[in-house]
Design a protein around this ligand. Structure first.
Ligand SMILES: Cc1cc2nc3c(=O)[nH]c(=O)nc-3n(C[C@H](O)[C@H](O)[C@H](O)COP(=O)(O)OP(=O)(O)OC[C@H]3O[C@@H](n4cnc5c(N)ncnc54)[C@H](O)[C@@H]3O)c2cc1C
Ligand code: FES
Length: 261
């Protein structure tokens, strides 16, 4: 894990409230694994000590990029920063996805909104292409479809308002696919908690392995403050684990969705 003062190379609107930020961050870019994240200190903010976590979307040579949605004050300040400005970046952090093997199960990725950002490196480093199920409320929430297709992956898009792809939830075509053939498939999911919970249930129903990138609020990002803990199964029953260090990616069979009484 490294702390780098990194330079913004580009920070441009992708679509709607989504921006693509490209950073010159050689040390982190070289080490990052799919599903890991960077903890960004937005220097112009008054409370710049509080960092924001973002999945690494792409990494190439000395550069890495992030795909982010403007949702609050940190991301709003970030969206106004320009090429040449600097940020503090701590990373790569966390435990990421298991990269599929060429002889292993077919990867099925399930992404909601900016969850797509955590999936690209995994697709790029997978020796065999699979299918990406991507969902959002509206068409503008369906991100970087062409980039996945360019890697040879099939993309199945769903929107809740039917403005693009199938109308409905991202889990519906996933279930159709698994009903067709669930053998030798592995699920990888990143998105809002209700979607992750649904994917875990589907993985159970069809008895397929699944890895989930949990979306929890984080403070320190390095295992100290315990803001980000979730209950997971353990040898003695259950225990809290930190999504910033033991996660964000967990085996779906280990995650407990409520604290046991
Ligand atoms: C491991 C990890 C990877 C992430 N990767 C990405 C990514 O690739 N792209 C991206 O756009 N966002 C990502 N996020 C979410 C991102 O960190 C938050 O959207 C960001 O911190 C919000 O900062 P803010 O100051 O703009 O919002 P705030 O002003 O702090 O909050 C605005 C709203 O966003 C909500 N919010 C804040 N943090 C989170 C969170 N972690 N999850 C859900 N809602 C949150 C708040 O509850 C509030 O409703 C990731 C989060 C985690 C934990
Ligand atoms: S964010 Fe501090 S322990 Fe995870």
């Amino acid at each position: 894990m490294l702390e780098e003062l990194v330079q913004i190379l580009a920070n441009e609107r992708e679509v709607g409230a989504y921006f693509r930020l490209t950073l010159l961050a050689p040390e982190i870019a070289r080490r990052v694994q799919p599903g890991q994240f960077v903890h960004i200190r937005i220097l112009p903010m008054r409370d710049a000590l509080l960092r924001r976590p973002f999945s690494v979307f792409q990494a190439a040579g000395d550069n890495l990029s992030i795909l982010y949605k403007v949702v609050g004050k940190g991301t709003a300040v970030l969206s106004r920063m320009q090429a040449g400005d600097q940020l503090g970046a701590l990373g790569p952090l966390g435990h990421g996805f298991t990269v599929p093997k060429s002889s292993g199960e077919k990867p099925l990725l399930v992404a909601g909104g900016y969850g797509m950002a955590a999936m690209y490196l995994l697709a790029q480093r997978s020796p065999r292409p699979g299918v990406v199920f991507v969902g959002g409320r509206r068409r503008v929430d369906i991100l970087c479809e062409q980039e996945f297709r360019a890697l040879g992956w099939d993309v199945c898009a769903t929107t809740e308002d039917g403005s693009y792809g199938h109308r409905g939830l991202v889990t519906e075509p996933l279930v159709t696919e698994l009903r067709r053939d669930a053998k030798r498939k592995r699920l990888f999911a990143c998105g809002p908690t209700p979607m992750l919970k649904a994917v875990a249930r589907i993985a159970d129903d069809f008895d397929v392995p699944a890895e989930l990138s949990m979306d929890e609020h984080m403070c320190c990002g390095v295992g100290v403050c315990l803001t980000c803990v979730i209950p997971v199964k353990s040898a003695d029953g259950w225990e809290y684990q930190r999504t910033c260090t033991e996660g964000p990616v967990f085996d779906s069979k280990e995650v407990l969705w409520e604290v046991p009484r």
